[in-house]
Write a protein that binds this ligand. Sequence first.
Ligand SMILES: [Zn+2]
Length: 100
Amino acid sequence: MKKCFECGSEMKEHNSKTPEGVSYNYYRCHRCSNEVVDMPQLHAVAEKYRIMKRYNAKISKWGLSLGIRIPKELVKKYKLKEEKEIVIVPERRGIRLIVG
Ligand SMILES: [Zn+2]
């Protein structure tokens, strides 16, 4: 049981949605209506946002191989440069790129 830090009453877990439609849980005190989100609840919603953040890329012909363009935002985030080697891991559900 979670106790309200304002009045010491029992807090019950509720569910709501962010403006983006991501559902999350929080605790609400039945006496003073104080609402809190604890760490596990916060991590759960952060993970949902992480998964939501995806990028689309188009495959283009590059000699005899095919290439994909890596979005600028990811180039910056992973400090990618021309000629830098990355590892391509074939997986059951797709391809994973590992940047060293
Ligand atoms: Zn309370």
